[in-house]
Design a protein around this ligand. Sequence first.
Ligand code: DOR
Length: 425
Amino acid sequence: MKTFYENAEIYRGGHFAKGRLVVEEGRVVADCEPQPGDRRVDLSGLYLVPGLVDVHVHLREPGFPQKETIATGTAAAAHGGYTTVCSMPNLNPAPDTPEHLEEQLALIRRDALVRVVPYGTITLGQRGCGELADFEALAPYVAGFSDDGRGVQSAELMEEAMRRAAAVHKPIVAHCEVDELLRGGYIHDGVYCREHGHRGISSESEWRQVERDIALAERTGCQYHVCHVSTKESVELVRQAKARGLKVSCETGPHYLLLCDEDLQEDGRFKMNPPLRSREDRQALIEGIQDGTIEAIATDHAPHTAEEKSRGLERSAMGIVGLETAFPLLYTYLVKRGVLTLERLVELMSVQPRRLFSLEGGIATGDKADFTVLDLHAHYAIDPATFRSKGHATPFAGWEVDGRAVMTVVDGRAVYDTLTTNSIR
Ligand code: DOR
């Protein structure tokens, strides 16, 4: 039996056009005519795009199920329209050996609602120093190698990591942060910080390491991806590296595109690392997504318990949730305001991250059928009480938005569906 998804505006080859998608046994098949017994789903008035991909999420298992689990994190992903997420390795145990990684893979096989592709660590114990993990043993199972949450401090160690990652054809995915420049900071070292007596994180703590790593990527030939770029200097460094033809890419998050330090409130839901930067930085990031320097928007979905986020700017844990708000926020505040086209947003949230990390799924004939159906007319206010994630801390609570995922399909199976049923699974 085939399923015909009909009458949607479908994103194909960079454009939307009215059409239908035919799925059989979990795969997209060539267009054909429905026969008696086939299933037909009417998507009139809706948009169908290759499933959204978030290359930077924290699912917290194994180790921290009080913050999030594979089950709740992937339910949040499905709710937000994501069909694939890449999970960060700041876990316990960290995925630094095949045995430790297997603990996470077993939970993924058991509980994941969407595709989850983990990162392996760069260093043993994800310490940002010491010894490197066994990249060769981990490579078949991971999207790349990252110590996200920590920068790799030693240039020698990073160079060796890049050589070994290049040998197994996987990217290094770097959280860039120079520890000795942090000096106890926890929000951006800008006007708000000074006026309210906080300790600041300088932009230099990020871009110095981006600069170092780009030079190492050039020397080693490694594919190098910078996590959650937040400063104008980092954007410029990546722009120049790309102009020199290096295999360098980067992502930024919705919060860095829509907020700056002028929006800070004395509330833990405004605290994440890197921090919300200046208005100028935000403008540079927008130019980066417009001119192709920034190839992916990733949420850095980083759930914590309500208590961990309740201690104000200075003492709350770093991190906000993002999977269930990214598309509506970016659609409302970038696409509807003319900053980006919808087609470019689909490239940034789906096409390019999938290509960068060689991830499967999509809507081309032969692909595993992973797609998202969007209702661009839904209008509502963001309400954390509706989240599937255990984490509720978001600076966007109460924001009015348009657009939401109404159906998320992975391997031809609806994992979130408000059209034909109200249930998940
Ligand atoms: O805000 C953040 N939260 N930044 C990170 O780098 C780590 C993450 C987390 O794991 O909570």
